[in-house]
Ligand binder design. Sequence first.
Ligand SMILES: [Zn+2]
Length: 475
Amino acid sequence: MTHFSSRYQGVMEGLLTRCRTLSALATRSHHCAPGKRQRLVLSRMFQPQNLREDQVFSLEGKAGDLTCKSQRLMLQVGLILPASPGCYHLMPYTVRAMEKLVRVIDQEMQAIGGQKINMPTLSPAELWRATSRWDLMGRELLRLRDRHGKEYCLAPTHEEAVTALVASQKKLSYKQLPLLLYQVTRKFRDEPRPRFGLLRGREFYMKDMYTFDSSPEAAQETYGLVCDAYSRLFDRLGLPWMKARADVGSIGGTKSHEFQLPVDIGEDRLVVCPSCHFSANTEILDLSQKICPDCQGPLTETKGIEVGHTFYLSTKYSSVFGAHFTNAHGDSSLAEMGCYGLGVTRILAAAIEVLSTEDYIRWPSLLAPYQVCLIPPKKGSKEAAATETVEHLYDDITETVAQLRGEVLLDDRTHLTIGNRLKDADKLGYPFVIIAGKRALEDPAHFEVRCQNTGEVVFLTKEGVLQLLSGVRVV
Ligand SMILES: [Zn+2]
């Protein structure tokens, strides 16, 4: 009987708990406006760091060097963590920024007809032997063998793989051309001296696009289309960029350009003509050349970080693998190719290098991991009465400004002063930091809004905040 009763009691309690949970859920959903989500509170998330320079130096260990601003800043706030020389863990904020960058890239590639694919990283040696690049690539190619003794590399690029893939499509028609295939994947390069953090690592993300056209003229047109898409991409990110004539290197082909961000630590030396916008990597010019080949004006020299590279390949790869299509006359014809790279992790680090101050990270607005950080008053302070006002502001923002859902962070570490949390927020570079200080107690409440990218500070009511934030663009 006792046994039965306790079991019965257990069942009843279980039922009651379920009912209470269900009714709580019902009540909660009743009170919630549709689309309302849980608040993103910093105390329950992966914590940003605020390390001193010497602490960062020891993080990199003996193998790594602290060689540039973006690397130092990204380590200091915990955006990246060294795993082995030239390899980094990307922490949650960084992955958010990278996913946004990939979305912008997807938009621009698909706007010109790009179709996204995903090719294996493990790339068989016979593909590379077919183009002689198994030997030509030298020690930068990271090679390995499987249990059967079959040789592979971890692909740094995919010209061979994609051309073999297209060659396997026996019914490719001229009507399907231009064919623009691209992917965003991890790439590997056995760098002799990895440095500058994500700028020159051994493992990195790249967007690589491969294009197939029916004639050299059509391929040139596609080349122009992709270059324009790259220009639009860097414009949307608000980054200063240059398009320079470049060497074709180990990729080959007959025409090549680099997209460069001008920075002092850049490893590429560029010459620029201020009068006609001619620009080239010095590797393709005679070093003594001081005169612009286009307008005969004087050339000036600058340094840059290569963030994009375009190549017109002609039939260099399609002839090796037999990438044919059926032309308008029903005959088989070799595809004309181009290939186009963007360094995804490199763009992130280069953007931080270009936009940040010595102390504060600044992002291209579109890529900031979170757009808004709200800082409520310190627990126990005079202003603590305004805590709920900030929480309501949080809910109002995410309810009324649809694009900011998932983009607003509440720094609820209220054991810290506003000043300390503002320091962290400054360092991380949220485009908007909203503080509830003394004036949040006024009627109506006024919030201190710091627009980090312009340096402006304004005091706004809730309505003012909502109006300002409704103009924020996200991707
Ligand atoms: Zn010129």
